[in-house]
Design a protein around this ligand. Structure first.
Ligand SMILES: [Zn+2]
Ligand SMILES: [Zn+2]
Length: 359
């Protein structure tokens, strides 16, 4: 099968033939139909320690092609979404409903610590092992996953919308709906208007935000945010300078400077939610007196606080009824061979998300 291989950290993708193993007893093969490139796919090798060669990709949806003999949750032909947080279903976080925090999920942090984190025998080229990025490796015609890493999707949910639900929408809209728990009438700002920030904006609209400020250095992204329903837009400098007194600020960048800006922009008792993936070692200094005196909340937001087995029906219903119009974030689909152009276009801000359709 064909897959987009990254040979060196941060390097371009090389679309070429890759061998995929046959599924074990509790594994499934998914024939991918639509996949998206997320910013964290790109930082995975450069910032978060993902070894190469690797097939990246963690937004993806398709059809089950093969299942191992003990697989019970899906059958060949089922339309499914790939989960990059595959919940074990038995650990304490899973049992209390916080599947997105599954304690048995392995990650790139394991690779940094010298522990195996990607199954090295699943993908190979001429006998050389190739890593599966995020264990999902969706930049490919097919991917091999544990059975709990797929979830069935509604018949009317297009693959490209499902793929977006797999990361950008779960993470972004979830940051507003679950982690920050935006309430009706809240005055909200979103820092960073890439795919995550714009999904956070849409989530804040669903939650009933009144004032909604979009913050981004790129004019094209600010304008797009306004077209989606932001009520004001600002550059990072303009936003940092103003007195804001906001109820909620969602930081989709996650750099120390943006977290501090968010901290200063919320009112006493307000909430800062950090959904941007901060670099390991980056430190935010918040005055201890302000933490006490201003009674502000600062929350992380991993996977938007979304457990997809619980929340996929909610996201699907919101999309189906037009309340969460995430299709507006998608540009015209392209083929896997065009993946390097997708990366360049998304980085430049020319597009938010270009779905890659795999025939
Ligand atoms: Zn992602
Ligand atoms: Zn678990």
């Amino acid at each position: 099968m064909r897959a987009a291989v990254m040979w060196e950290s941060g390097g371009p993708f090389d679309v070429r033939e890759v061998s995929l193993a046959t599924p074990g007893p509790r594994e499934v093969v998914v024939r991918l139909h639509s996949v998206g490139v997320c910013a964290s796919d790109l930082s995975l090798t450069t910032v978060f320690g993902q070894p190469t060669p690797v097939v990246l990709g963690h937004e993806g949806a398709g059809v089950v092609a093969e299942v191992g003999r003990e697989v019970r949750n899906v059958r060949p032909g089922d339309r499914v979404l790939v989960l990059w947080v595959a919940p074990c279903g038995t650990c304490r976080p899973c049992l209390r409903g916080d599947e997105y925090l599954c304690a048995n999920r392995s990650s790139t942090a394991d690779a940094r610590a010298g522990r195996e984190h990607t199954s090295t025998q699943r993908l190979s080229i001429d006998g050389q092992a190739v890593h599966q990025g995020m264990k999902t490796a969706t930049f490919a015609e097919r991917t091999l996953l544990p059975d709990h890493a797929v979830i069935k999707i509604a018949d009317d949910l297009p693959f490209e919308i499902a793929a977006l639900f797999g990361c950008a929408t779960a993470t972004g809209a979830g940051a507003a709906l679950r982690s920050a728990a935006v309430r009706p009438g809240d005055r909200v700002a979103v820092i960073g208007c890439g795919a995550i920030g714009l999904n956070a904006l849409l989530g804040a609209i669903v939650a009933g935000a009144s004032d909604l400020v979009a913050v981004d250095p790129m004019a094209s992204r600010r304008d797009f945010a306004l077209s989606l329903g932001a009520t004001a837009a600002a550059t990072p400098e303009e936003f940092a300078d103003g007195r804001r007194d906001l109820d909620v600020v969602i930081d989709a960048v996650g750099a120390p400077a943006t977290v501090l800006t968010a901290w200063r922009a919320v009112r006493r008792g307000g909430t800062v939610t950090v959904v941007g993936a901060g670099a390991p070692g980056a430190v935010v200094e918040i005055p201890a007196y302000e933490m006490f005196h201003d009674d502000k909340r600062i929350t992380g937001s991993f996977h938007g606080g979304i457990s997809l087995r619980r929340d996929l029906p909610l996201l699907t219903d919101l999309w189906r009824t037009g309340r969460l119009p995430v299709e507006k974030l998608l540009s015209d689909p392209v083929e896997l061979a065009d993946i390097n152009r997708v990366v360049a276009d998304q980085r430049s801000g020319a597009v938010v998300r270009t779905p890659i359709h795999i025939e």
